[in-house]
Ligand binder design. Structure first.
Ligand SMILES: CC(=O)N[C@H]1[C@@H](OP(=O)(O)OP(=O)(O)OC[C@H]2O[C@@H](n3ccc(=O)[nH]c3=O)[C@H](O)[C@@H]2O)O[C@H](CO)[C@@H](O)[C@@H]1O
Length: 384
């Protein structure tokens, strides 16, 4: 189907900085950056790809900013989606390109935005640069997308020193800044000043799990193995709250696998503030989400990571998380062990801040504006 090209807003020229947003985690993590840029007198234009249909920017405090929607929902083939975003953004931005384009993370929207920026010779900033599993298949396509974006970015905002070390090893040509993850800024905006004090009442009689599972690598087999584990745990009296993702494929499969099981509650996606409250009140979280791997340590909530490999080893190193994959025996065993061993659970409940101090966004905004000021003093860039 031929899609109409998005209308070009003449006002584009008034926005030296533009940001690409496609999904919930990008909105969550870029909102603090948008506000930090605005606080410094440079409110950016938001380019909303539509990857996650129904994403409401106002849910993430992004109302009132200039928004250009592209209406490009995610495709079964993420490489195709990245190309659609690339083409649409090139048509949109070519007449009046911004001086700096920011993308976040590892989505096909981020890759498409980065490639469009490169095609048009626009300086590119990557928020959340340098995360690596060093395995192109786990997760695919995120690992590929991250590497591809980092290779062409002019500004790389690495959340941690280990992320920056990955970039230095790869000898990326852009400037690397260690800033912390802006997701922790978003968390602080909800939870209050960080670090939090350890929770006093971390143990309760009833044992409830908070569960999310949506990564592509878990679609074939992983979801069914997790479902088996949750059903076995329910038989032992362990209750689970399973939060369904916005993705209808995963929601359909999870509902077919565990819908109607006693002690297992399925719930629709909730707001970020409600999610933070749910994490805080869980005794143990099971998740394959990237953002939750960052939030749980800062909130001092123990986490079992439903993945074989993670690009966020800092949570495991800090003692808050254990990588368990989706083997049902392993999940049942770890949950059982932590349920019985209160001191092990308590040791994982100490709030830690391996992913940042909650002040990443002002650092990112300052580095962007400094870069723009330097660029303005140089002769114009030419497309090679
Ligand atoms: C493993 C991986 O590659 N993850 C990538 C994925 O995000 P990620 O895996 O984090 O995506 P999720 O959809 O799990 O989003 C996580 C965020 O959504 C919140 N939440 C979750 C459930 C809910 O009902 N409501 C809600 O608000 C969580 O608190 C968290 O802040 O794309 C991000 C954006 O590019 C990247 O930064 C991540 O690296």
């Amino acid at each position: 189907m031929k899609r109409p090209a998005p209308k070009v807003g003449g006002k584009l020229r008034h926005y030296p900085v533009a940001l690409v947003i496609g999904t919930r985690p990008e909105a969550i993590k870029l909102s603090p950056v948008v506000h930090a840029l605005a606080a410094r007198g440079e409110p950016p234009r938001l380019l909303l790809t539509g990857q996650q249909p129904g994403l409401e920017l106002s849910d993430h405090g992004l109302q009132g900013f200039a928004v250009t929607p592209l209406h490009l929902p995610g495709q079964p083939d993420p490489v195709l989606h990245a190309e659609l975003v690339r083409g649409a953004l090139k048509r949109l931005l070519e007449p009046a390109p911004p001086q700096l384009l920011l993308v976040q993370g590892s989505t096909s929207s981020a890759l498409g935005g980065a490639l469009a920026g490169r095609d048009l010779g626009i300086a590119l900033g990557h928020v959340e640069a340098g995360l690596r599993t060093h395995d192109r298949a786990l997760p695919w396509p995120e690992e590929d997308n991250r590497q591809a974006i980092d290779r062409i970015a002019d500004l790389l905002f690495a959340p941690t020193a280990a992320n920056a070390a990955n970039l230095q090893r790869e000898e990326v040509p852009g400037e690397v800044h260690v800033t912390g993850n802006s997701g922790i800024d978003a968390l602080a905006a909800i939870a209050g000043p960080l670090p939090l004090r350890p929770r006093r009442r971390w143990w309760r009689r009833e044992f409830r799990l908070l569960v999310t599972c949506h990564r592509r690598e878990n679609w074939e087999g992983g979801l069914a193995r997790l479902a088996e584990a949750l059903i076995r745990l329910a038989a032992e009296g362990v209750a689970s709250d399973v939060l369904l993702p916005p993705n209808p494929t995963v929601t359909g499969r999870l509902t077919a696998l565990i819908g109607g099981q006693s002690l297992i509650r399925l719930a629709a996606p909730i707001s970020h503030a409600a999610m933070i409250a749910a994490i805080r009140s869980a005794q143990l979280v099971l998740s394959d989400s990237g953002g939750i791997q960052e939030e749980a340590p800062a909130l001092g909530v123990p986490l079992l990571v439903l993945r074989e490999k993670s690009e966020r080893p800092e949570g495991v190193a800090a003692g808050n998380a254990i990588l368990v994959g989706t083997d049902p025996d392993r999940i049942v065993e770890e949950v059982g062990r932590l349920r019985r061993d209160r001191s092990a659970l308590k040791a994982m409940s100490r709030p830690t801040m391996p992913f940042g101090d909650g002040h990443a966004a002002p650092r990112i905004a300052a580095a962007c504006l400094d870069y723009l000021a330097r660029q303005r003093q140089q002769p114009a860039r030419h497309l090679g």
